[in-house]
Design a protein around this ligand. Structure first.
Ligand SMILES: CNc1ncnc2c1ncn2[C@@H]1O[C@H](/C=C/CNC(=O)c2cc(-c3ccc(F)cc3)cc(O)c2O)[C@@H](O)[C@H]1O
Ligand SMILES: [Mg+2]
Length: 214
């Protein structure tokens, strides 16, 4: 019967990756998506940039918007210090179910809190529900038309401080023009972008790095 792409990604992990080995989980998904079927994981080229930002920020608190199959969740969680708190939001129950199994296969289920629900519902509740004051790092990779509204919501909820870093995928493709416009014209943000390519393709893409300076 029909097997969804997310199920085929999970099967590729369970077949080709070693339990408890995050790098083998990442490699299995990248091999599947470059050799068999494209999927919207951040991919290895942008993933290496993500790794370097996570390592540099060395965050005690991380928020990811849009878990999808958990590829970037595994990349981030595998680099966090033991005391770190990492929350990832996913409102599609089917993707959340696959992501939970991918994260568990990597042996990282104790490092990540996958919350099933919409960013706009959960961002206002994070402080009291998870005892988090502000986020050191936020990775935006959910619906592109929600990057701006959710960034403003995080500001309003006092979840961002001087020094917080926001990293946004896909500012070129599919694109988040209102978001780029807002952060570029705001004195609160120092922004720059990392040139890269759309996952598993040769198309131009950027990861948009935002440092909050005030
Ligand atoms: C709005 N609030 C939300 N709260 C919680 N989860 C949310 C969410 N919005 C979306 N999600 C979830 O995030 C994920 C959505 C990601 C959207 N990403 C894209 O559209 C995307 C799309 C492309 C893409 C690029 C080129 C192309 F030809 C086709 C697609 C590449 C990417 O890297 C992408 O990230 C899903 O798992 C969805 O259920
Ligand atoms: Mg993306």
């Amino acid at each position: 019967q029909f097997v969804s792409l997310r199920q085929r990604i999970l099967s590729a992990v369970q077949k080709n990756a070693t339990r408890g080995d995050p790098r083998s989980v990442i490699r299995a998904i990248d091999q599947f998506c470059s050799q068999k079927e494209w999927a919207m994981n951040v991919g290895n080229e942008k993933g290496c940039i993500l790794d370097s930002v996570v390592s540099e920020v060395n965050p005690a608190t991380v928020l990811e918007l849009g878990t999808y199959c958990g590829y970037s969740t595994v990349r981030i969680a595998s680099l966090l210090p033991p005391y770190a708190k990492f929350i990832t939001l996913e409102f599609n129950p089917d993707f959340a179910a696959v992501a939970r199994q991918v994260i568990a296969w990597a042996g990282l289920e104790d490092k990540v809190q996958l919350v099933e629900g919409a960013s706009s519902d959960w961002i206002p509740k994070i402080k009291e529900q998870f005892g988090i004051k502000t986020f050191d790092l936020v990775f935006l990779d959910h619906w592109k038309e929600h990057y701006l509204s959710d960034t403003k919501l995080m500001e309003e909820c006092g979840l961002l401080r001087k020094g917080s870093v926001l990293l946004a995928d896909n500012v070129i493709c599919p694109g988040a023009p209102d978001y780029v416009e807002y952060v570029r014209s705001s004195p609160r943000y120092k922004s720059h972008y990392f040139r890269s390519h759309l996952e598993y393709t040769k198309a131009e893409e950027n990861l948009w790095y935002l440092g909050i300076i005030e």
